[in-house]
Design a protein around this ligand. Structure first.
Ligand code: FE2
Length: 199
């Protein structure tokens, strides 16, 4: 590791800690509400302005042909597993089914295009699309615990972005996703294989 790598890592740790501290305060003061989430989005977008601290070389995607075409790097998480912040580094194609999170979620773009499709549950137990937004540098999306989205990255596309959750992804055991092929809701298992990248 060169001196400039070490300096970048130190500055990254400081910037991440400051953002997480602000987001903790936002949740405390504004709750898990549309207003609270809008404020969290703005704060996470502020962190994306320091893209220089999150170079792609520090957060490489999986080798081609990986089963899940994204690596999830943990860059912050409280001792009680709350306020978990990740860098997700994908090399598409990546398509997830519609799913909820059972905690709040914020995604903010650093590099590349990640299409988010928004869904709502229908009376007959299915899902209907309610909108879509491309997350890229300067844009963010946020979800209340029961809100649904799906994520899509085109073939060969590189995407690096922040994913932040009220509770760590490997602790979310009750998420649900919708299966298009048989129209059923299934358990979305807690995330495996998160790469430790703190400190
Ligand atoms: Fe999600």
């Amino acid at each position: 590791m060169t001196a400039s790598d070490a300096a970048r890592r130190e500055e990254r740790n400081r910037a991440v800690a400051a953002a997480v501290a602000d987001i903790r305060a936002i949740e405390r003061d504004h709750g898990v509400t549309a207003d609270g989430l809008a404020r969290m989005k703005r704060r996470l977008l502020e962190l994306t302005k320091r893209a220089d601290l999150f170079p792609e070389a520090d957060f490489p995607p999986p080798e081609g042909g990986a089963e899940f075409p994204a690596h999830v790097y943990r860059i912050a998480e409280d001792d009680d597993h709350r306020f978990a912040l990740y860098v997700q580094s994908a090399l598409g194609a990546l398509d997830t089914p519609a799913h909820n999170h059972t905690t709040w979620a914020v995604i903010a773009g650093i590099h590349g295009d990640e299409l988010n499709r928004f869904w709502e549950r229908t009376a007959d137990g299915g899902v209907a699309e309610t909108g879509r937004r491309v997350v890229r540098a300067g844009t963010a999306v946020a979800f209340l615990p029961d809100e649904l989205h799906s994520i899509h990255v085109g073939p060969g596309n590189r995407v690096v972005n922040f994913h932040m959750y009220g509770l760590a992804l490997d602790r979310l055991h009750e998420r649900e996703y919708f299966r298009d092929d048989d129209g059923s809701w299934r358990n979305f298992p807690a995330q495996q294989g998160i790469i430790e990248a703190r400190g």
